[in-house]
Design a protein around this ligand. Structure first.
Ligand SMILES: *Cc1c(COP(=O)(O)O)cnc(C)c1O
Length: 219
């Protein structure tokens, strides 16, 4: 019952234009089913193998989002069903997604991940690299991917001003990018600890795990 209660509380606090991705990584099917029963259909995972296993065994109307760092050799396992890839951080990865999507006659929606945090353990492009990709002729040739927005992770800190600054920086990059990609609409920012700040700073998609499913146990 706690999952349903947590989910209801979070959903009620979100503005209408903000989509909730329930981050179910490391959690068993039963936890996902409980969220599913209360109407949640979008789930986020960060390991391809785990996501494939869950996709195979859970209801087929679930939309699976890959939110983790993605290796090119893993794209093929999820190209058939993944509905949004949040962490695209290189052109070579995008080419591979395009290639695997073509095999399934699909167009896969993707977000470019932008590095905004102070830690360099977090992945992502800077604005210059982003513009290099989006202005290239090679990029325009990719017909089996669609860039629908940007994703970013703020520094893990209790400094609210710092987090706010990083989300503002990403929003500015997002707004600039609409010059070349006018159809982008998704700004994926905000996790359990910072989604309220993220929404204030323009997020349209929050990725919330532990506040719904409880803390994760990796052992
Ligand atoms: C795990 C994860 C989340 C969710 O984190 P919580 O703090 O549990 O809400 C969000 N985004 C990404 C990329 C993650 O890996």
């Amino acid at each position: 019952m706690t999952i349903k209660k947590n989910l209801a509380e979070i959903k009620n606090s979100l503005p209408e234009h903000v989509t909730l991705v329930a981050v179910s990584k490391t959690k068993p099917n039963e936890a996902i089913e409980e969220a599913y029963e209360s109407g949640q259909r979008i789930f986020g995972e960060n390991k391809v193998q785990e996501m494939v296993q869950k996709w195979e065994t859970l209801p087929k109307d679930i939309e699976w989002h890959m939110i983790g760092h993605l290796q090119r050799n893993k794209v093929k396992y999820m190209a058939e069903f993944v509905s949004l890839i949040h962490g695209v951080d290189s052109f070579r990865l995008l080419q591979e997604i395009n290639k695997q999507a073509a095999k399934h006659n699909r167009v896969i929606d993707c977000l470019f991940q932008i590095h905004i945090a102070e830690e360099d353990t977090k992945f992502g492009l800077d604005e210059k690299e982003l513009l290099e990709i989006t202005s290239s002729e090679e990029f325009k040739k990719l017909k089996h991917i669609r860039i629908v927005g940007l994703m970013g992770m703020a520094t893990f800190t209790s400094d609210q001003i710092q987090i706010e600054k990083e989300f503002k920086q990403l929003k500015a990059i997002f707004d600039n990018l609409t010059n070349s990609l006018p159809n982008i609409s998704i700004l994926s920012t905000g996790m359990s600890g910072d989604y309220k700040i993220a929404i204030k700073e323009g997020s349209t998609m929050v990725r919330v795990g532990s506040s719904i499913f409880g803390s994760r146990n990796y052992h």
